[in-house]
Design a protein around this ligand. Structure first.
Ligand SMILES: [Zn+2]
Ligand SMILES: [Zn+2]
Length: 373
């Protein structure tokens, strides 16, 4: 969509005051009123008239003007699709950009979207990309080791099969709105002794789109899309981390007026059963050993959440909180599947009670070492 210079259209400078803008608008709108022109000039005048109205609508509204100054676009000219080029200069990545478009729009328009104000019939309504959807899923900690194939059932808008998203019955089409003559804006003039008061508002017959359906699609009631239950199959990769967001392209809501489908974002939570911590692909685990094992060395076996056993060789004389690394027994790397390490942090258990036999032997050791007991 070509970028329009609203300031140029109204013939004012970029720092024009509200009063300047109003004055310029009043003068131009009189000059270019289609009723004052005939023949070919009338067509030109109609176009000019519409442009002037559009420019004034934006520049007379502080919020819209601020947005226009910042982005060069307002309302329907904001590209929704991350594939369009409107925001490329901002350098957001795909994910951020998708959310940002939504946010920027909501900030400036309170979440309400207006449709194209361009006049004309079918096909001239501006396409709007479908909304992205977000779904939370929870997998078990054991699934992190193997990955998991998950079937997700959810509801979304799909393109209406009867009208293929057009919103009108097959054979019918969109026609120019008779109330606003396709401008999307209705103007009311009131003449009073103090002058002419102009009231301008978004056309309620067409919602500002400038077009109305000839015969509304009976299946979708003109929406062009229908809410349906659907399912999608997704492979959760092994090694995934808690809180990862996976993007499934085009599995969000259907677009409107030929806009493409939004994306589906799957937020993956992991149901933990262990108290392992994760550092990169390494498992960091507290491993309890007997004080005798600490002194003499030995072998300890732990079982991972996926029931895999890890044998840990404890060297003789290990100290509390020292670590023993078992290579290749950590989490799989989410990209290449290569396993990280199991890092055992040794907790030496001192028994609160010992058997009488054990006590006897310990006393003997004590005597040998000259420990006073
Ligand atoms: Zn209308
Ligand atoms: Zn339909």
């Amino acid at each position: 969509m070509p970028k329009k210079d609203y300031y140029e259209i109204l013939g004012v400078s970029r720092d024009a005051s509200d009063e300047d803008i109003r004055t310029a608008y009043k003068k131009l709108i009189k000059e270019w009123h289609p009723d004052r022109h005939t023949g070919n000039d009338k067509k030109v005048a109609e176009q000019k008239f519409k442009e002037i109205q559009e420019a004034y609508e934006v520049l007379s509204d502080p919020q819209k003007r601020a947005m226009y100054d910042r982005f060069g676009y307002v309302g329907e000219d904001i590209p929704y699709s991350h594939e369009s080029n409107g925001y490329d200069g901002f350098g957001f990545d795909d994910v951020v950009r998708n959310f940002m478009n939504e946010d920027i729009f909501n900030i400036f328009f309170g979440g309400q979207r207006t449709q194209s104000r361009s006049a004309g019939g079918r096909g001239q309504r501006s396409p709007r990309r479908g909304e992205d959807l977000n779904i939370n899923i929870t997998i078990d900690e054991s699934d992190v080791f193997s990955g998991k194939n998950v079937n997700i059932d959810y509801e979304r808008y799909e393109e209406c099969e009867n009208c293929h998203g057009e919103g009108v019955e097959p054979g019918s089409k969109w026609v120019t709105c008779s109330k606003c003559h396709g401008s999307g804006v209705v103007r009311e003039e009131r003449r009073t002794p103090f002058g002419v008061f102009v009231n301008q508002y978004t056309c309620d017959a067409c919602g500002g789109s400038g077009t109305i359906p000839g015969e509304v699609c009976h299946t979708c009631r003109g929406l062009g899309r229908i809410r349906k239950r659907t399912s999608t199959n997704i492979n959760i990769p092994a090694g995934i981390e808690n809180g990862t967001i996976l993007r499934v392209p085009k599995r969000g809501n259907a677009g409107v007026s030929g806009g493409e489908y939004g994306d589906l974002y799957i937020h993956v939570n992991i149901r933990k059963v262990s108290d392992y911590e994760r550092e990169g692909d390494d498992i960091i685990a507290n491993v309890h050993i007997d004080y005798v094992t600490a002194i003499l060395g030995g072998e300890v076996t732990v079982t991972l959440p996926n029931n895999e056993e890890v044998e840990i060789e404890i060297p003789a004389g290990i100290q509390p909180n020292e670590t023993v690394v078992v290579r290749g027994k950590g989490y799989p790397n989410v990209r290449n599947g290569r396993r990280g390490n199991f890092v055992a942090k040794v907790i030496v258990d001192i028994p609160r009670k010992v058997s009488s036999r054990e006590r006897e032997l310990l006393k003997e050791i004590a005597k040998m070492k000259g420990v006073i007991i």
